[in-house]
Design a protein around this ligand. Structure first.
Ligand code: SAH
Length: 210
């Protein structure tokens, strides 16, 4: 997976490559998909949600330029896989999941696998998590119609946010830098994520927006 799907597509960050090599993706996928754990695609994780494709997890981790000791906020815990990668890179991770069942199983899984420094919070991540703000890194792993304002507020000066922004079918990965009150945005890869549902994103039943 690391050689063929990630390094050959241009990911050169050795620390991220090592994280992708070391974090056992098969522990994060449902038993029915065990044989596909290292395939080049997102996989269903139940509750109509997915674990992202390995390449996109790597690309987001590189773009966020995680430094040891950074405080990172992830929105959309899902299985906890991306959170484990961020923790492996040395960040203290706060990860917010709206679905209570997914939050609970991610919390159990991360504890069982021995990851330290990851707190799983159940709630609406479009509000961020102000209790631990500001964050040097924010990673949003669900598709947003716009950048939720609370996330911009909770990004530290010098911080980086990686977020897919677009409609429900297609998004572009945006990399947002904040310096003081200035914000600069760079467009990265096109991507397809499941919807970010919450106060500052899509409503619960977003089909009327298709
Ligand atoms: N990062 C995950 C995959 C994310 S899938 C992993 O590594 O496995 C997207 C997740 O975002 C889903 O679990 C979905 O329930 C969650 N989500 C959607 N809207 C949310 C919101 N407003 N706050 C928190 N989580 C949200």
């Amino acid at each position: 997976m690391v050689e063929y799907q990630i390094r050959r597509r241009g990911i050169r960050d050795e620390k991220v490559l090592e994280a992708m090599f070391q974090v056992p993706r098969h522990e994060f996928v449902p038993p029915a998909y065990l044989a596909s754990a290292y395939d080049d695609r997102p996989l269903p994780i139940g509750e109509s949600e997915t674990i992202s494709q390995p390449y996109i997890v790597a690309a987001m981790s590189v773009a966020a330029r995680v430094q040891p000791g950074d405080k990172a906020l992830e929105v959309g815990t899902g299985t906890g896989y991306q959170a484990a990668i961020l923790a492996y890179l040395g960040a203290t991770v706060y990860t917010v999941e709206r679905n209570p069942q997914l939050a609970e199983s991610a919390r159990d899984r991360l504890a069982r696998l021995g990851y330290k420094g990851i707190e799983v919070i159940c709630g609406d991540g479009t509000e961020g998590y102000s209790a631990a703000a500001p964050y040097q890194v924010i990673v949003v792993t669900a598709a947003a119609p716009v950048v939720p304002p609370p996330l911009l507020d909770q990004l530290d000066s010098g911080g980086r946010m990686v977020i897919p922004v677009g409609d429900l079918l297609h998004q572009d990965l945006q990399l947002i830098f904040k310096r003081g009150s200035e914000v600069a945005t760079r467009l990265l890869d096109p991507c397809q994520f499941v919807p970010l549902i919450g106060k500052h994103a899509w409503p619960e039943k977003p089909d009327r927006f298709w």
